[in-house]
Design a protein around this ligand. Structure first.
Ligand SMILES: [Zn+2]
Length: 207
């Protein structure tokens, strides 16, 4: 599947269009509906964690929820009752789950490279919904950055339901830009490289 090349200028321009957009946030009604929904989620996640002691990643979430459109704004009770959730909503559920496993986790925004065919396909399936995240061949996706014991960061892609390499070669689903959100500015360590939070970081392979 051939991938279109994109220049660093293109990626920087696209990233700057997200300058003011923060990662997604689930809202809470502050009432029994959301309280019970979250309690259900935490209990289910804890039992899944016990069942899969060998896997530190909460894989069950993607088995429960298809990756697809979510309406925003979205409350906890609504999110947990849906069949499909977008990457932002999934990232929030995964964040809860990673944190419950005692891991430090950050929400992050990415621009990833996909094929024109994928982008076209998603454009059709998300038609009429929020499809503003598709900028063929780039797509905007929210991910989790998880800090392993030892301080090294890994990227969990909630839409794909798996770990992705970062930085990684200029290839399919490659992360060409990454912005890790944190309350204060920090440095996150990816394979020896220190990446500052709260600002876009671009793949060094871009020309
Ligand atoms: Zn609610």
């Amino acid at each position: 599947m051939p991938l279109d090349r994109v220049s660093r200028d293109d990626v920087e321009r696209r990233a700057s269009s997200y300058e003011r957009q923060e990662p997604s946030r689930l809202l809470d009604h502050g009432a029994a509906c959301c309280r019970e929904a979250r309690r259900w989620f935490v209990a289910l996640d804890a039992s899944m964690a016990q069942l899969r002691l060998s896997s530190p990643a909460p894989a069950w979430i993607r088995e429960q929820y298809e990756w697809g459109p979510s309406p925003w704004p979205l409350h906890w009770c609504e999110a947990l009752g849906r069949d499909t959730l977008d990457s932002g909503a999934l990232a929030l559920l995964y964040a809860e789950s990673f944190a419950a496993r005692g891991l430090r986790v950050y929400q992050a925004q990415t621009l990833q490279l996909y094929s024109a065919q994928d982008c076209e396909h998603w454009g059709v399936t998300w038609e009429g919904r929020e499809s503003g995240w598709i900028h063929a061949p780039l797509v905007y996706r929210e991910v989790n950055v998880v800090i392993a014991r030892g301080g090294e960061a890994s990227v969990w892609d909630p839409a794909a339901g798996g770990w992705v390499g970062y930085p990684q070669p200029y290839g399919y689903a490659g992360i060409l830009a990454l912005r890790v959100a944190s309350p204060g500015d920090e440095l996150i360590r990816f394979r020896g490289a220190a990446v500052p939070t709260n600002q876009w970081h671009f793949s060094e392979e871009l020309e």
